[in-house]
Design a protein around this ligand. Structure first.
Ligand SMILES: Cc1cc2nc3c(=O)[nH]c(=O)nc-3n(C[C@H](O)[C@H](O)[C@H](O)COP(=O)(O)OP(=O)(O)OC[C@H]3O[C@@H](n4cnc5c(N)ncnc54)[C@H](O)[C@@H]3O)c2cc1C
Length: 476
C-alpha cells in the first residue's frame, strides 16, 4: 500500500497550479453543506472545492493532482452515511464534486438504456426513465439529493433490490477518470460482453478509491402498469419471514419490496414527525410494507388475497391494509421513508447497516435485542429494513429523555457486540452503505484476509500514489 502521509497538502498556491487548463470558476471555497454529512458525525476540513464542467476537465485535474501528489475526495450528493465523502485526517485533499456533470446523454427505450452523467440526481434519472414509459428502479429515501456517481460508487441498495438488484446490477458500463488521469470509456450498452476484465465492477462500490465515475449506462425496465401496495401487522420477524415466503410463492417475481418496520419506528415517528399519517391506530409489534408490480391485467390483488387470508387465519398476520389508490400507497411509503429522518432527529448512539442470510434475521433480531439489554437495559433499539434482502438498519438509541452524548463512551462496545454477532451468524457489517471512514476498522477486523490482500494489490496497481480518497475504506 502507498503511504498516505506522503501526500502533499492542498493550499492556495497548489490550487493555482492545478487550475491550469481549466475553465473559470472551477475552484471555490466549499460551503458548509459540503463539509458535513447527514448524521453529523464527521466534519471535513477540505480547503478547496472543485466543480469541473466536463470529463476532460476531471481528467486534467486528476492528472495534475497525481503530479503534485494531492489527494482527491470525490463528492456527488453528499448523502453517504459512512463518511466516504468527508475527509477527516491527513494532508488536506481536493474535494471534487461531479455535480456539474449533470447531463442525461441518452434515454433509449429500445435498448432499455439510459446514459447519465455522474452528477445526475437519482430522482431526475427516475423521471427521465418515466418520460419514455420505462423504469429506473434504484429507489432510496435520499433520491432527491443523491447522484448517480455516488449511487454507483457506494453500490447503493434501497427498497427494490429484492426484484431489481443493487446499483451494480443496474449498470451496464461506466465512464471514469482513473488515478493517472486517463479516461476509461466503458459506456457499454451490451447485456453480453465477455471481453476480459469487467472494470465497471471494480469501480462500482469502490467509494472513490480507484477513480472518479463520470458517467454510466444504466438498465431500464418496463414500467409496472399494475401495482399492489400493502401494510401488514405481524407479531414477530419470524412471522414476517414466513409471510414473505408465502407471498413469493403466490406472486413470485412481481414482488418488488418487502420492508420490515418495528413498533419503535412508528413510536419515533409519532414523537418526531406526527404529521406523517400512520396506517395503524395502534402500532403493531412489527409491520411489513410490501409492494408488487407487473404488466397490466395481472390481477395482483386477486392472486395475493388467498395467501393473505391464509396468513390471517394462521395468525401470522394480525391486520392488513391494501392501498386502494396511488395516494394511499404513497402514504404507506412515506411512513417507511421518513423513519431515517425521525431517527436522525433523535440521534442514534450507534447505527448499523448489516445483512444476514435471510433465514437468520429473526434469530439475529432476538439475540441482538438480548445482547443490548444485557449490555445496558436503558438502550432502545429501532430496527427496520429490507427484510427481503436480509438487510437491517439496526440503530441503538439512548433512553427517552437522555441524549446520545450520554452514551458516546459505549458506542464502540455496542458496535463490537453487534458486529461480532453479525459475523458469527455469517452476515456482513456493511450491507448497502459501504465502508467509508466509519467502517474501516470493521473491514480490517471482519474482512477475509485474501480479499483484503487482493484489494490492496488492486489499489496499489491503479493508484500507486494513493491520491484517490485517502483515508477511506482502508484502515491505514
Ligand atoms: C435519508 C437517507 C436514506 C438513505 N437510504 C439508503 C438506502 O436505502 N440504500 C442505500 O444504499 N443508501 C442509502 N442512503 C445512503 C446514500 O444515499 C447512498 O449511499 C448514496 O448512494 C450516496 O450517493 P451520493 O451521491 O450522496 O454520494 P456521496 O455521499 O457524495 O459519496 C458517497 C461515496 O462515493 C464516493 N463518490 C461520490 N461520487 C463519486 C464518483 N463520481 N466517483 C467515484 N466516487 C464517488 C464518495 O467519495 C464517497 O465515498 C441513504 C442516505 C440518507 C441520507
Amino acid at each position: 500500500m502507498t503511504d498516505v502521509a506522503a501526500l502533499a497538502p492542498l493550499d492556495a498556491a497548489v490550487a493555482d497550479r492545478l487550475s491550469a487548463g481549466l475553465s473559470d470558476g472551477v475552484f471555490s471555497t466549499p460551503a458548509e453543506g459540503y463539509l458535513v454529512e447527514p448524521r453529523g458525525r464527521y466534519r471535513s476540513a477540505a480547503p478547496i472545492l472543485a466543480r469541473p464542467r466536463s470529463v476532460a476537465e476531471v481528467a486534467t485535474l486528476v492528472r495534475a493532482c497525481a503530479a503534485e501528489r494531492i489527494g482527491i475526495v470525490p463528492y456527488a450528493g453528499g448523502t453517504g452515511l459512512v463518511g466516504g465523502q468527508v475527509q477527516t485526517a491527513g494532508a488536506p485533499a481536493l474535494l471534487l464534486s461531479v455535480e456539474r456533470l449533470s447531463a442525461i446523454r441518452d434515454v433509449d427505450p429500445v435498448d432499455n438504456v439510459m446514459v447519465a452523467e455522474a452528477g445526475v440526481i437519482l430522482a431526475t434519472a427516475q423521471a427521465a426513465a418515466e418520460a419514455v414509459d420505462r423504469l429506473f428502479p434504484l429507489s432510496l429515501a435520499a433520491e432527491g439529493s443523491a447522484r448517480i456517481g455516488g449511487n454507483l460508487a457506494t453500490n447503493a441498495g434501497g427498497v427494490q433490490v429484492l426484484r431489481y438488484g443493487n446499483a451494480r446490477d443496474l449498470c451496464l458500463g461506466v465512464e471514469a477518470v482513473l488515478p493517472d488521469g486517463s479516461i476509461l470509456n466503458g459506456l457499454s450498452r451490451l447485456r453480453k460482453d465477455n471481453t476480459g476484465y469487467d472494470l465497471r465492477h471494480l469501480l462500482i462500490g469502490s467509494e472513490g478509491t480507484l477513480g472518479i465515475i463520470t458517467a454510466a449506462s444504466l438498465k431500464l425496465f418496463p414500467r409496472p402498469k399494475e401495482r399492489l401496495t400493502a401494510v401488514l401487522a405481524v407479531a414477530t420477524p419470524a412471522a414476517a419471514l414466513e409471510v414473505l415466503n408465502r407471498v413469493r410463492d403466490r406472486i413470485g417475481e412481481t414482488l418488488t419490496a418487502f420492508e420490515l418496520i418495528a413498533e419503535r419506528s412508528f413510536q419515533f415517528l409519532t414523537e418526531q414527525m406526527p404529521e406523517v399519517a400512520q396506517p395503524f391506530a395502534t402500532p403493531p409489534p412489527w409491520a411489513v410494507l410490501l409492494e408488487a408490480g407487473s404488466g397490466a391485467g395481472a390481477g395482483l390483488e386477486a392472486r395475493l388475497m388467498p395467501a393473505l387470508e391464509a396468513a390471517l387465519e394462521d395468525g401470522l398476520v394480525a391486520d392488513a391494509v391494501i392501498a386502494q389508490n396511488a395516494a394511499q400507497a404513497a402514504a404507506f411509503w412515506a411512513v417507511r421513508e421518513t423513519i431515517p429522518e425521525a431517527n436522525r432527529r433523535i440521534g442514534a448512539v450507534s447505527n448499523h447497516d448489516i445483512s444476514l442470510p435471510v433465514a437468520r434475521l429473526p434469530a439475529f433480531i432476538e439475540e441482538g435485542e438480548a445482547a443490548m439489554a444485557a449490555f445496558d437495559p436503558s438502550l432502545r433499539v429501532n430496527c427496520f429494513g429490507h427484510l427481503g434482502d436480509g438487510n437491517l438498519h439496526y440503530n441503538v438509541f439512548a433512553a427517552a429523555g437522555r441524549q446520545r452524548r450520554d452514551h458516546e463512551h459505549q458506542r464502540s462496545a455496542i458496535k463490537r457486540i453487534l458486529h461480532d454477532l453479525v459475523d458469527t451468524m455469517g452476515g456482513s457489517v456493511s450491507a448497502e452503505h459501504g465502508i467509508g471512514r466509519l467502517k474501516r476498522d470493521d473491514l480490517a477486523r471482519y474482512g477475509d484476509p485474501g480479499k483484503l490482500a487482493a484489494m490492496r494489490a488492486i489499489k496499489a496497481a491503479l493508484d500507486p500514489h494513493g491520491i484517490m480518497n485517502p483515508g477511506a475504506v482502508f484502515a491505514d
